[in-house]
Design a protein around this ligand. Structure first.
Ligand code: IPE
Ligand code: IPE
Ligand code: MG
Length: 249
């Protein structure tokens, strides 16, 4: 793959022994990107797909094991029906088109969210993509679809209680609750990226980002490239993570 000079320079600044193990991204700003170009919002979403490819490829290249992308929130149903419908179609298109490339890059697809509430055809394409990439052992790419962190916590508690009524006892501690989240087989994110400059979590992974490093860029999601991801990692590696302790001073 061709590496341009700026990208090569950024790459040399990354310590491959201290990569974030899990990067989570709030992909935001598609609508504003389109508006600036006097295009319909969906054109921004479409352009956002190439940024998804950039982020995925950058992680796969570096060897970051987990990447989680916030693609559709439980609150996003509030948008006009036409936008939601077009977003679902775009997702189907992505899932169908991308399987070959995901397999080529040894990427395993995963999903978090209330996916059973997604339209049937979307669910079928999703299931198909999950099945067809299941054997891959490289990057674990998780899409958050119809995802809300509060919904996830509610679902986790419901599952805990349902299990307890079967055997009579219920354990409530951090490990047990974590084990019932959609993300039970993912480590907590080390780095949370949000594009388009908004300083909020928008109901994304509230539990899991307790000690994630936050990195916000003004860049709108469709303009996001591998260079942005490399820069985020470089900045992340300069941070001191103290987890409430005193750190190294
Ligand atoms: C993010 O872009 C994509 C989704 C939420 C699906 P937006 O559609 O939120 O873009 P802005 O925030 O309106 O610019
Ligand atoms: C968050 O972006 C959801 C996704 C990126 C899928 P939104 O655009 O929906 O968030 P708010 O409304 O600005 O908080
Ligand atoms: Mg937005």
């Amino acid at each position: 793959m061709k590496t341009e000079p700026v990208e090569a320079d950024l790459l040399t600044q990354i310590d491959l022994d201290r990569l974030p193990q899990h990067i989570a991204v709030i992909m935001d700003g598609n609508g504003r990107w389109a508006k600036r170009r006097r295009l319909p919002r969906i054109a921004g979403h479409r352009a956002g797909i190439s940024a998804v490819r950039q982020a995925v490829e950058a992680c796969a290249r570096l060897g970051v094991p987990y990447l989680t992308l916030y693609a559709f929130s439980v609150e996003n149903w509030k948008r006009p029906h036409t936008e939601v419908k077009l977003l679902m179609n775009l997702l189907r298109e992505y899932l169908k088109k991308e399987i070959g490339e995901l397999n080529r890059q040894n990427i395993r697809l995963g999903v978090i969210g209330r996916i059973q509430e997604l339209p049937k055809p979307v669910l079928q394409d999703l299931q198909n993509a999950l099945d067809q990439t299941r054997q891959n052992a490289g990057l674990r790419l998780t899409l958050a679809l119809n995802y809300g962190a509060r919904a996830e916590l509610v679902d986790a508690v419901r599952e805990l209680l349902a299990n307890s009524s079967r055997n009579g006892a219920v354990t409530v501690d951090e490990a047990t609750l974590s084990a019932h989240l959609y993300t039970h087989d993912l480590p907590d994110p080390d780095l949370l990226i949000r594009t388009s400059g908004e300083l909020r979590l928008s109901n994304f992974l509230l539990w899991q980002v307790a000690y994630a490093e936050l990195w916000v860029t003004e860049t709108l999601w469709p303009d996001f490239t591998q260079k942005d991801l490399f820069q985020a990692i470089i900045d992340y590696q300069k941070r001191e993570r103290r987890y409430g302790g005193l750190g190294l001073g």
